[in-house]
Design a protein around this ligand. Sequence first.
Ligand code: SF4
Ligand code: SF4
Length: 308
Amino acid sequence: MESGTNIKFAEGINRLKKPILPLVKMAEFLYLTGPCKTMAEVLDQLTKPLALEGLHYENPQQILQPYESLMREFEVLKGEKRLATSIPFIVSEKQEPLARRQSLGCWIRQQILDRELEEINSMLCGPCGCVLCCTGPDSKFDSLSGFKGNMKQEYFEIPLADSEVNLFVLARVDSGESRAHTAKSSPSLQVNHIAFYKHEMALYHWQNGWSLILPKGATCPQLSEETNRCMIYAKRPKVCRKPQIFPYVLEKTDDMAKRNDGVRIPVYMARNKMLAVWDCPYVRELQDEIGAYAEMSGLEPIFKKSKT
Ligand code: SF4
Ligand code: SF4
């Protein structure tokens, strides 16, 4: 690693060693048990260094500031504001509905961890020099991430929002038949009597939206072959920003529930787990740090291989 990338990687490790959730938990407690009417007032008081659960936070106010908009959702509990977004129906692993305060806490923690882990991922991913997330199975880049080829998968899928499809100049498959399938449908979508993943890389419009299909040996067209870096990094698709460490405070289920006003809303299950994908080189290198980060965040760490 070059020195600049070394610094970035070290910053990522430092962030893992000082997770945000213990601070959020403390701010929530101060808000709910004290006289402050807003989260901003709580943050105004956190100007001094703090020791929490054996961790030293030099400037808690500065660390929490970027998450203030998410933490403000706690204000509904004192009737100071309405929720910015409606929260889903949340059940425990025993399928029992969670109380309002517990549900709100899980919802906010999930959003905060999503944001924190996205930032940590961008610090750790670049310096690894790995491009596993940007290639199909058995690509010429596999050795950079420690794979020796012969993966079982036939293709990898990069789901795209409608607004992200134009980032890629590729052939598109958008037919009644493609829209009646998903990439995972069995039997698979056939294009010219051949399974879709046996064709060249292309954009597909499925029943559940668009995705970029990277068949065996393919490389995302936005990956620079000279630098091994994404050429549209700042506007890369949302899914490319996702870390290989996924917070599962909540997991979406296939169920829907009816709210009091008759509106149907998705059902989530409170899991309180964190999944780290073992294929990723930084996950393998930082197993202990990631495990400790999860535990300090009140989550059970799970390490799992995804690509075989
Ligand atoms: S858009 Fe960029 S980050 Fe996403 S798969 Fe392609 S090269 Fe990788
Ligand atoms: S596997 Fe990990 S290091 Fe490799 S591209 Fe994906 S996030 Fe980055």
